[in-house]
Structures are given as structure tokens and as C-alpha cells.
Design a protein around this ligand. Structure first.
Ligand code: AMP
Length: 177
């Protein structure tokens, strides 16, 4: 499939749920896409993209929908998988980053031995909105001594300009809204 054909299928299969989880938010529900065998497989291919030729050691998935996408990408790339989780969920010693949300703040963590110095990492999630979550995940990778090779998102909400929060890191997404 071409990038444009895949993007068109994604737009058709990502369900927008108005006012969820609160008024004014249009939630992008990827469950119809995940249940479509051929589209899910094409999405994993698309996310893995140019990295099939090598160069990636680890794929980071951001809780929770990022896990669903990052683990199969890791297998496709013969890379390891690392979970970045919300505070308090990981059992071992961690590094943590807190960041601002529209209302309040959030904190994510990674095991402090999950990424080795110099390892090349893909950071994956479903939606790039303000970019705060992805920026925090990149900061965790770098605190561990890892190198963010690319941030790969299923979709980006361009009006929120998340790329501006991600500095010099390369960003790729399969579909833009
Ligand atoms: P942000 O930190 O603002 O870029 O938000 C990204 C995180 O919030 C991701 O983990 C997304 O899964 C989730 N998210 C943000 N906006 C939406 C949306 N409209 N629909 C679904 N998930 C969203």
C-alpha cells in the first residue's frame, strides 16, 4: 500500500467520539482499526517504515495504546520492547518525568536499566496531540543515555502543533488531521 492509500484507510477506520472523555475533546478511537486484520498489519508495516533495514535497538511504547503498536513493531524490527508507564505501575527502580497537561500535570516512568547508553530507540504512540507525552518519553530515553532515532505516531493532530514540543527529534506519522 502507498502512504496515501494507507492514510485514507486509516481516516475511514479511526472513529471519532465527540466529547470523550470530557466535553470539547474529540477522541480518536483506534479499536475499529485494530480489529481489521489487514489494516492492523499495514499499520505495523508503516510504523516500522524505513527501519526494516536495521539501526534500531529498542522500541518504546507509551502506555496504554502505544503498547499495542510498539510491541509488534519491535518484533518486525527484531528490536527489544520497552514500556513507558504512568507513575506507580513499574515494579523496579525508575527514572521519572513530569509534564504539564491542559489541566494539571502527569508523570511517566521507565525502568532505569531499560535503555542502555548509546542504544538507538524508536518512540511510538497512537496520537501526537500537544507533544507533551512524547517529549517526556524522549527525555526518559535520553536520561538513560539512549538516542531517540525517531518518534513515530499513528496520527497527529496538526492544529495542536505537537512537533514544536519535540525539538530536534525527527517525527513521522501515518496520518494527519
Ligand atoms: P499529548 O501529550 O497532548 O501529545 O497527548 C498525547 C497522549 O494523549 C497520547 O498518549 C494519546 O493517546 C492521548 N490523546 C491525546 N489526544 C487524544 C485524542 N484526541 N484521542 C485519543 N487520544 C488522545
Amino acid at each position: 500500500v502507498t502512504d496515501a492509500a494507507l492514510a485514507a484507510r486509516l481516516v475511514a477506520m479511526i472513529r471519532e467520539v465527540p466529547d470523550y472523555p470530557k466535553p470539547g475533546i474529540g477522541f480518536k478511537d483506534i479499536t475499529p482499526l485494530l480489529a481489521d486484520a489487514s489494516l492492523f498489519s499495514s499499520v505495523i508495516d508503516g510504523l516500522a517504515g524505513p527501519h526494516r533495514d536495521g539501526g534500531i535497538d529498542l522500541v518504546v511504547g507509551i502506555e496504554a495504546r502505544g503498547f499495542i503498536l510498539a510491541a509488534p513493531v519491535a518484533i518486525a524490527l527484531r528490536a527489544g520492547f520497552v514500556p513507558v508507564r504512568k507513575r506507580g505501575k513499574l515494579p523496579w527502580t525508575t527514572k521519572a518525568v513530569s509534564y504539564d497537561l491542559e489541566y494539571g500535570s502527569a508523570e511517566i516512568e521507565v525502568h532505569d536499566d531499560a535503555v542502555g547508553v548509546g542504544q538507538r530507540v524508536l518512540v511510538i504512540d497512537d496520537v501526537l496531540a500537544t507533544g507533551g507525552t512524547a517529549a517526556a518519553a524522549c527525555s526518559l530515553v535520553e536520561q538513560c543515555g539512549g538516542v531517540v532515532a525517531e518518534i513515530v505516531m499513528l496520527m497527529e493532530l496538526t492544529v495542536l502543533n505537537g512537533r514544536s514540543a519535540l525539538g530536534r527529534h525527527p517525527v513521522r506519522s501515518l496520518v494527519s488531521y
